[in-house]
Design a binder for this molecule. Structure first.
Ligand SMILES: Cc1cc2nc3c(=O)[nH]c(=O)nc-3n(C[C@H](O)[C@H](O)[C@H](O)COP(=O)(O)OP(=O)(O)OC[C@H]3O[C@@H](n4cnc5c(N)ncnc54)[C@H](O)[C@@H]3O)c2cc1C
Length: 434
């Protein structure tokens, strides 16, 4: 008897007669036309001459917007164009921190809704994004930090986010391997405990959204760079690509790390400076660190993945640059900082180090909404904090594109805030925590 998949295709014999024959079985099934691989994404096709919506960038954000347009607004004549491959930008490079313990009312409300959507995303996709609610601890090494954490905890609790000030004893219980000693170089005086803090598998988020969008008729075109944006009478009319010109009813740019470059094609100047941000990962160890731990003071954060690796990150490089090289200076600085907190990591071997380019706004909040060009929408300025925002950004930006009206959750993040002096200052709550 055969087990059958949902589409009726044969999966595997219920009782393999001979386990030793497994490699041959794999080869047989792999090469046979009877067992075709599932096609989750758009097969390579020509670009159509016209789409109702063109989305530039197939990261988590671009694919999430396409997914919501198709699923909730019935807008399916949509193309997502990427110069590289699906989820190959910052979505593939981030350290997957998900949290909502920001400082401003606007920020907390927005990220809180994103964390809620993350909690059910695997069910929504029917696809495991490995969401893990592990909690996040931010350490205070000074009285000033304690004061600001108390402030943040109160704002967070008021807005329905689980966040509280904890003392060193509680920290010892939450993270037994952390060095909490009075004679430490940077003694830990307390911390901000955020029980809602989580992680998820970053690329699976983009894959899940892209799969759901493509199943509903959206076209995903990889290796298709947008090289220019055409405007006529103050309104966007299409985009140029090496594969030809494409007419568009409207265009959304979701190109983290390249926001200023692409916006400039549409004649829009964004208040953004782009900096490399690096991270690194150790070889795997047995599970011994449950929460995500961050120290803005020594400028480092660390968590252990479900594979056992320790992911270590910190602040951006000191110079604005479009470059994704990994540097020895940053490796040394992250290593010395993490050893202040977890001396046992002195034995750890580094497996990989990498970088992405992050678009930093003056107030450390994103830019979402309308632009000075009609029908051209901005999803930009995601700096070091945009992965956690992916689900809510997809939902709200799709609503904006479908209705022409920005949902209340994102109105504070419009580009005009920089001209009207209505910045949403999250500098203190972003720092090394992302
Ligand atoms: C090292 C590092 C750690 C981070 N850690 C965290 C974290 O822990 N938590 C968190 O919330 N955030 C984190 N971030 C930030 C986060 O990764 C980004 O904000 C988020 O991934 C942005 O998603 P996106 O879909 O907008 O962009 P991307 O995933 O970068 O997608 C943009 C896509 O646009 C494409 N593109 C660019 N130009 C063009 C063009 N001209 N034509 C066509 N396509 C184009 C690119 O190829 C890319 O695939 C981190 C970033 C880095 C670099």
């Amino acid at each position: 008897m055969m087990l059958r998949g949902r589409d009726g295709c044969k999966l595997i014999a219920e009782k393999p007669k001979n386990y030793n024959a497994m490699p041959f079985g794999l080869l047989k099934y792999g090469l046979s036309k009877e067992y075709p691989a599932h096609q989750h994404f758009t097969p390579k096709t020509d670009l159509k001459p016209h789409y109702d919506v063109v989305i530039i960038g197939a990261g988590g954000h671009g694919t999430a917007i396409a997914y919501h347009l198709a699923k909730h607004h019935g807008i399916r004549n949509v193309a997502v164009l990427d110069k590289g491959y699906l989820g190959g930008g910052n979505t593939a490079r981030n350290t997957a921190v998900i949290r909502s313990n920001y400082l401003t009312e606007e920020g907390v409300n927005f990220y809180r809704e994103s964390v809620k959507l993350y909690q059910n995303l695997s069910n929504e996709f029917g696809y495991n994004i490995m969401f893990e609610n592990r909690g996040q601890l931010t350490l205070a090494h000074s009285d000033a930090a304690i004061r600001s954490f108390r402030w943040r905890a109160e704002v967070n609790q008021h807005l329905g986010v689980r966040s509280e000030l904890v003392d060193p004893q509680m920290i010892r219980e939450l993270v037994p391997n952390l060095r909490v000693q009075d004679d430490a170089r940077f003694p830990i005086l307390g911390g901000l405990w955020h029980a809602d803090g989580a992680t998820a598998r970053h690329d699976a988020v983009a894959w899940g959204y892209a799969k759901g969008a493509c199943e509903r008729g959206v076209e995903l075109h990889q290796c298709t760079e947008v090289t220019d944006v055409r405007i006529s009478n103050g309104r966007v009319v299409g985009v140029e690509t090496p594969r030809g010109y494409v007419e568009a009813g409207c265009v959304v740019q979701a190109v983290a790390g390249m926001s200023s470059v692409v916006a400039e094609m549409a004649g829009i100047k964004l208040p953004i400076h782009s900096y490399p941000l690096q991270a690194m990962v150790t070889q795997p160890y047995k599970p011994l660190l449950e929460p995500h731990v961050s120290s803005p003071h020594v400028h480092v954060y660390v968590h252990q993945t479900s594979r056992g690796e320790f992911v270590i990150g910190g602040g951006s490089d000191p110079y604005a640059l479009y470059n994704t090289r990994a540097t020895l200076e940053q490796k040394e600085s992250l290593a010395s900082a993490v050893l202040e907190l977890f001396p046992f990591l002195a034995q750890a071997k580094m497996l990989r180090q990498w970088a992405g380019v992050t678009d930093m706004t003056p107030d450390y909040s994103p830019i979402m909404g309308l632009s000075p060009v009609d029908n051209y929408y901005l999803d930009a300025g995601w700096g070091t904090w945009g992965f956690k925002a992916t689900p809510i950004c997809g939902q709200t930006m799709a609503e904006l594109v479908a209705t022409g009206r920005a949902p209340e959750l994102i109105t504070p993040f419009a580009l005009d805030r920089f001209y009207d002096f209505r910045q949403v200052n999250e500098a203190g709550a972003t720092a090394a925590s992302h």
